[in-house]
Design a protein around this ligand. Sequence first.
Ligand SMILES: Nc1nc2c(ncn2[C@@H]2O[C@H](COP(=O)(O)OP(=O)(O)OP(=O)(O)O)[C@@H](O)[C@H]2O)c(=O)[nH]1
Ligand SMILES: [Mg+2]
Length: 215
Amino acid sequence: MSHSRPSVVIHGVTGLPLAATRAPSDRCFRALCCKGPPPPRTEYDVVCIGLTGAGKTSLLSRLCSEGSDGIVPTTGFSIKAVPFPNAVLNVKELGGADNIKKYWSRYYQGSQGVVFVLDSASSDEDLEAARNELHSALQHPQLCTLPFLILANHQDKPAARTPNQVKKYFELEPLARGKRWILEGSTTDNLEAVKESFGQFISLLEDKDTEPARI
Ligand SMILES: Nc1nc2c(ncn2[C@@H]2O[C@H](COP(=O)(O)OP(=O)(O)OP(=O)(O)O)[C@@H](O)[C@H]2O)c(=O)[nH]1
Ligand SMILES: [Mg+2]
């Protein structure tokens, strides 16, 4: 008479090396035991630009669940890994002060996408400066084929131009025709809407089939 061994062995609790417990596949293992590693998320390198005070650090900090106390103008640049359900954006924020923005283009190399933040409630003069910077970025050889997320921030302020007004004022339609770009309103008060805009941006980053258009 043959004796069969007990058939129930809870892999992962028995102390077996993890690799030995991954049969037949990681997915099955995770489903059974919930102890497998989470599926890897694609990482994208993104550059974030915009005039000083536009709200770049504030928005990125909120997305990283960091407090907004003590945010000061960015001197040089700062890098944050911003997590989303299906991707991680390694965002390099470049400070927007006059003495820093002249060096922006030195930090464009290797970027896979661009986030441009503007203050929708700023003076006409500052809005024009923001428009000029965005136009330069849209035409820069290292950025001109990349997806753009343009955030018309500070929407909570009464003086804010609507995203449509910004779009018209910035004359984006002719300049960005054929490109992959999104313009959305934003405010640090509405994190869900900001996440949604980044979700759309990630879809553009994932869309490798789209032939990038040059202007
Ligand atoms: N009301 C309002 N204030 C905002 C918003 N976003 C940012 N701010 C404020 O604007 C100020 C500047 O924000 P920052 O995040 O430092 O701006 P930045 O674009 O990183 O500026 P630099 O690092 O100098 O380029 C801070 O006092 C923020 O609290 C917004 O949507 N609404
Ligand atoms: Mg900053």
